[in-house]
Design a protein around this ligand. Structure first.
Ligand SMILES: Cc1ncc(COP(=O)(O)O)c(C=O)c1O
Length: 373
């Protein structure tokens, strides 16, 4: 027991020393430039009213799902929702998971087998890394968005091959060169898996995602979409063939051995999709992204991004944190992303734009940013 406590305090001390200790903070009254609520759905009064109207149609709803989907937790509402989601994203089927983290772990831990190869981008999300770790397949990493580096790895790969990328990278905001990657996947008979967590709601007709925007739905083996970002709710789904869905229901432990989310959570997702379809939220967010990019000072290390995630690289935990603090004291919520969340030397400010940010707010934010940097 004493050894464990010593280990814990040493680990935490190390974080304090590196200025990278993570602590939880509750909500604040600052202007939001940090949440993943890109379209403002999680705080939308309109969506709340839509949800409450939908809720009235189900006076006998239950608070809990009653169990895992394979036991008492499956309901026709959930299956209908999955069919609606699949149709919306132009996929054959959808299977809901309790989170994007679960979906990535659930897919990657059960599909690639010993002797197979998973090739992923070096900047891939932690949930994908953990899913790959849980599988018995070999793992190769290719240089970020570098298709020739990917091809090198494809040449070395053995067994069935899986390529895993994000369509929009969560910590960089840039896009994967999906067309080139899909071409390579075809050439090397690899299954392409695309995490669309930060693309849904932002790209593609009505926010159907980047894979849809690029006309690649038929080329991608599986897509992971999440509901907790632009859709403002919680949970995720894996889009793919009906056969893949059936395989996951049979072999995906993160799907099988967990209590299904309650009706209220799935109703929130359904309402978010209804709201997504109700008007053009995309032109609003893209107008704000464009405005931000026009007003951010030239010469700052702003990464190239068309998405709602805009990154300014400020090497060093202390420096990045200090600049974020200076901006926070002026009333704007902005977070520094520190190492080890990103590689040492590439610490950054992660700026997220939202439909609830007024143009005036973005203007003042840019002025402050330009002055502080
Ligand atoms: C690319 C990516 N995939 C998956 C996830 C996990 O999704 P969720 O928050 O629904 O667990 C995230 C969340 O940060 C993400 O950025």
């Amino acid at each position: 027991m004493r050894d464990i406590n010593t280990f814990i305090s040493k680990s935490l001390d190390q974080r304090i020393k590196n200025k990278s200790l993570r602590t939880l903070k509750t909500e604040n009254s600052l202007i939001d430039f940090c949440s993943n609520d890109y379209l403002g759905f999680s705080r939308s009064e309109e969506l709340k009213i839509l949800f409450e109207t939908e809720l009235k149609k189900y006076p006998e709803y239950r608070m809990g799902s009653g169990g895992s989907r394979l036991l008492a937790g499956n309901h026709s509402f959930t299956e209908n929702l999955e069919q609606g989601i699949a149709l919306f994203h132009d996929a054959e089927s959808a299977l809901i998971y309790n989170s994007g983290f679960d979906a990535n772990i659930g897919l990657l831990a059960c599909l690639p087998q010993r002797g197979d190869t998973i090739i992923s981008d070096e900047f891939i999300h932690a949930s994908i890394i953990d899913g790959i770790r849980l599988s018995h397949a070999s793992r190769y990493v290719f240089r970020h968005n570098d298709h020739s580096s990917l091809e090198q790895k494809l040449k070395q790969a053995k067994g069935r091959i899986f390529i895993v990328v994000e369509s929009v990278y969560s910590m960089d905001g840039d896009e994967a060169p999906l067309k080139q990657i899909a071409k390579l996947a075809k050439q090397y008979s690899a299954a392409l898996i695309v995490d669309e967590a930060h693309a849904v709601g932002i790209f593609g007709d009505s926010g159907k995602g980047l894979v849809y925007e690029l006309g690649l739905c038929g080329e991608v083996f599986a897509r992971i979409i999440t509901f907790g970002k632009a859709l403002g709710s919680h949970g995720a789904a894996i889009l793919g063939s009906k056969q893949l869905r059936s395989y996951l229901i049979n072999f995906s432990r993160a799907f099988i051995y967990t209590t299904a989310a309650p009706f209220l959570s799935h109703l929130a997702v359904k309402s978010a999709y209804l709201y997504l379809n109700s008007r053009d939220h995309q032109s609003e967010i893209h107008q704000r992204i464009k405005f931000f990019k026009q007003n951010a000072k030239t010469g700052i290390n702003l990464l190239n991004s068309r998405s709602a995630i805009q990154i300014i690289v400020i090497p060093g935990n202390e420096k990045a944190r200090e600049i974020a603090r200076l901006i926070q004291v002026e009333g704007f919520d902005l977070r520094a992303i520190l190492s080890p969340s990103v590689a040492e030397g590439s610490e950054r400010l992660r700026i997220c734009l939202h439909n609830h940010n007024s143009i005036e707010e973005i203007k003042s934010f840019c002025e402050l940013l330009n002055k502080t940097l």
